[in-house]
Design a protein around this ligand. Structure first.
Ligand code: FAD
Length: 418
């Protein structure tokens, strides 16, 4: 058989090949297997560790121990899949092949693309070199949330900067979550009055869905946070403890402003991985070009996608993946059987905003910012900070992730029908 990937590269065939073994890749494998135990599934995933990234905010706030947010990939990888422990280098969608980094090719009947997104640390000059010292930290960096917590405890006075890059990013609320938990700690330890907390947001609003803004604004007021909109972090000088923000005024003029800091929680700009971004599988923004409801590729009937790499207009969260995985599983199996696609994803995503230690504003919404609360209002009002939502995030969600979602137990995730 001819192989364009590399001379003499052997080709292995699987019914389903999944690229990425993160939240999305493992969940969709489990949902497929649950529906058809005989399915031959392969996962392409280079990493040795699997991370529960939603827990990193809690590590940065001193609530979770870092160990509870990671497991060896081998422990999480389902026994029923063939695991190729290397990156996928490219997709040849016309020949139904995924080319691996070592030049070998995998042939598929159906492909699921779930490689997550790329944190573009190089998009902020000096940031990557500055991380982990001089008070420069990021909960987005594997292993660094403990340094955030260390810095929070250490700071007694001075200036603390929190940055949020242009959208889209994964868990759009996470830059703020780090800030609220830090400010809450400083308030409770009576040092907040001596800390100048600034939120530099590249965007123009506190949160993209207006229903949640009043509750968040009340915490901004409580902590006395100085919010700077359209202020985008562009450079960091760690040794000098200086950050440069590109500020855009109402007329669209930009100016670079340098600010000194004692602590900087930085969030890098984010983009689709090169595998997608530099391929014809991408939309104009570089993200995976999927149908919003079926999660099937707009141009390739046997390719599906989910998770952070997707170009669908939902919030990029593990909570979105929870609802997407069953939709992809059902529609992919319909495709293999030449049946019409019936399952629909309505854009659900969720962002538990940790506004203080003990209370969360549980933002849950779908396409177009339509609220999609999981619980009746008497149990949890998502537009308010509640203890119930904190209990859910702190006590229930990690277990639901490791033992529910990754194992194909589809809690509150029944697909809508088209
Ligand atoms: P990931 O889980 O990142 O997995 C992608 C996988 O693809 C990785 O294992 C990677 O190694 C692999 N991969 C990459 N490139 C290739 C390649 N070329 N070939 C093969 N494999 C590849 N979500 C929530 O729901 N609630 C929250 O409170 C929340 N808080 C967050 C806080 C922080 C600080 C962060 C960083 C994230 C948070 N999220 C939250 C977001 C959530 O973690 C992601 O949306 C989710 O992990 C997306 O799953 P994914 O599988 O698409 O990507």
């Amino acid at each position: 058989m001819a192989n364009d990937a590399a001379p003499n590269a052997p080709v292995k065939t699987h019914t389903v090949v999944i690229v990425g073994g993160g939240a999305a890749g493992i969940s969709v494998a489990a949902s497929l297997h649950k529906r058809d135990h005989t399915l031959d599934i392969a996962i392409v995933e280079p990493a040795t560790k699997h991370h529960y990234q939603p827990g990193w905010t809690m590590v940065g706030g001193g609530v979770f121990r870092p160990e509870v947010t990671s497991k060896p990939m081998a422990e999480v990888m389902p026994r029923f899949v063939t695991w190729y422990q290397q990156p996928a280098a490219s997709v040849d969608q016309d020949q139904n092949r995924v080319v691996l980094a070592d030049g070998k090719a995998l042939e598929y009947d159906a492909l699921v693309l779930a490689p997550g997104l790329e944190l573009n640390w190089g998009g902020v000059e000096g940031l990557e070199q500055a991380l982990g010292q001089n008070g420069v930290t990021s909960n987005y960096r594997e292993g660094m949330a403990s340094y955030t917590w260390e810095m929070v405890k250490k700071l007694k006075q001075g200036r603390a900067l929190f940055s949020q890059p242009p959208m889209p990013i994964k868990c759009a609320g996470a830059p703020q979550k780090a800030m609220y938990l830090s400010a809450d700690y400083w308030l409770k330890h009576e040092v907040l009055k001596d800390v100048d907390v600034q939120f530099h947001n590249a965007g123009a609003v506190l949160f993209g869905v207006p229903d949640y803004v009043p509750a968040l604004q009340s915490y901004i007021d409580r902590y006395g946070i100085d919010v700077k909109f359209q202020s985008n972090l562009v450079a960091v000088n760690g040794a000098a403890q200086k950050a440069t923000f590109r500020v855009t005024d109402a007329d669209g003029r930009t100016e670079d402003r340098e600010t000194g800091f004692d602590m900087l929680h930085a969030v890098p700009p984010q983009r689709a991985p090169a595998l997608i971004r530099e391929s014809t599988l991408a939309n104009e923004g570089g993200w995976l070009n999927l149908e919003d409801d079926t999660l099937r590729h707009k141009n390739y009937a046997n390719i599906f996608g989910l998770g952070d790499a997707s170009g669908t207009g939902n919030a990029k969260t593990a909570a979105a993946v929870r609802k997407q995985a069953p939709v992809v599983a059902e529609n992919l199996l319909s495709t293999l059987r030449n049946e019409p696609l019936k399952a629909a994803y309505l854009g659900y995503g969720s962002c538990p905003l940790t506004v203080e230690n003990g209370r969360i504003v549980l933002a849950e919404f779908g396409y177009g910012g339509v609220l999609q609360p999981s619980f009746p209002q008497w149990l949890n009002d998502g537009t308010q900070a509640t203890r119930a939502a904190w209990w859910l995030k702190a006590k229930q969600l990690p277990t639901l992730y490791w033992h529910g979602m990754l194992k194909g137990h589809e809690w509150l995730a029944k697909p809508a029908q088209r």
